[in-house]
Design a protein around this ligand. Structure first.
Ligand SMILES: C[S@@+](CC[C@H](N)C(=O)[O-])C[C@H]1O[C@@H](n2cnc3c(N)ncnc32)[C@H](O)[C@@H]1O
Length: 319
């Protein structure tokens, strides 16, 4: 069996150990480490991953409206969870009309993803663009050190954006919004792109078909693979949880197994369903409520005509 080593950093082995040993879970954010970034790179712009193309189209169509909200303010672009970075293109192009240069900071938990994202955007946009990267886990707390450094060195305001429904992969979305808010001033902007909850059975089945595809499962299996678990030692269960409005991924083991992690053995039982992650689906009303709760005012909320995808932009307001 091939075991792919992942260079975990700092407390990541203990976080993984606590999740797997203590709760039977893998923190989804870790799936993008090491080879997981390559798995995502193969999927992100693939034709069958239709959600990405829908979001890109919406971004392209909405970018003028989004930038009109900035008025004369100049912004540094801070892409939270940048992935392969291709969705930054419409924003960079819009910024280039008034910004010289455009400053783009890519923030991600995965060093490999940052390398891929930086290379990709520099290939797509060759002039008037400064790109830098920040390795950071935004679930762990605020990143005011990154935003204030951008403010000091470049423009006075930041436009933070998180796309690809990454926001829906996070279990405590209110907490993450607070982390974002604590990294922002009242003249910064936050843009979030999310997928909406399916309203018909056909929509739900189409969504599940996309999420049961081999490309997606390869991303979700990255950590188990790196721990030496083989794909045929169990099966994937991918369901839509209607109560929580979320797709959930589990891996059910056919037999007992043991994996070594951070110097300890973790025993996995036959029949155990390891929780690998989820993707929450939103309603625009729910997003606005979350914004209010976390201390943001909504500046703009745009949904595509098919009612599949929404972009919401806001600003921190006084408490
Ligand atoms: C679903 S992909 C989306 C990538 C890109 N935004 C897009 O729309 O194509 C999620 C990205 O967020 C990153 N990510 C997930 N959790 C993170 C965290 N807690 N801190 C920083 N980056 C994170 C992953 O490494 C990955 O690059």
């Amino acid at each position: 069996m091939i075991i792919t080593a992942i260079d975990f950093r700092e407390n990541q082995p203990l976080e993984l150990l606590t999740a797997l040993h203590g709760r039977g879970e893998i923190p989804f954010k870790m799936e993008y480490l090491g080879e997981g970034a390559d798995a995502w790179n193969k999927l992100a712009e693939a034709e069958e991953f239709d959600i990405a193309h829908g979001e890109y189209k919406l971004l392209n169509e909405s970018v003028k409206k989004l930038f009109s909200k900035l008025g004369r303010n100049k912004v540094n672009l801070l892409y939270l969870g940048c992935g392969t970075c291709f969705k930054a293109v419409p924003l960079v192009k819009a910024a280039a009309k008034t910004h010289s240069p455009v400053n783009l900071c890519l923030l991600d938990i995965s060093p490999t993803m940052l390398e891929i994202g930086k290379k990709n955007i520099q290939q797509k946009i060759k002039r008037n663009l400064l790109v830098e990267t920040s390795l950071f886990d935004f679930e762990g707390g605020n990143f005011a050190h990154i935003t204030s450094s951008l403010r000091k060195r470049f423009y006075r305001n930041n436009l933070l954006f998180i796309l690809g429904n990454t926001f829906g992969n996070l279990s405590d979305r209110a907490r993450i919004l607070i982390n974002f808010r604590e990294s922002m001033t009242a003249t910064d902007y936050l843009l979030i792109g999310v997928e909406l909850a399916p309203s018909t059975t056909v929509e739900k089945e189409n969504m599940l078909r996309r999420y049961r595809g081999e490309g997606v499962l390869n991303v979700f299996f990255n950590i188990l693979k790196s721990l030496g678990v083989s794909r045929n030692s169990g099966k994937f269960i991918v369901n839509y949880n209607t109560v929580k409005s979320q797709v959930e991924w589990r891996f059910e083991l056919y037999k007992d197994a043991a994996v070594r992690l951070g110097g300890e053995w973790v025993e996995l039982r036959k029949g155990q369903k390891i929780f690998l992650g989820m993707s929450h689906k939103f309603t625009p009303a729910e997003l606005k409520k979350l914004f209010r709760y976390a201390g943001f005012r909504t500046l703009l909320c745009i949904t595509n005509p098919e009612k599949r995808y929404t972009l919401i932009m806001g600003q921190p307001k006084g408490m």
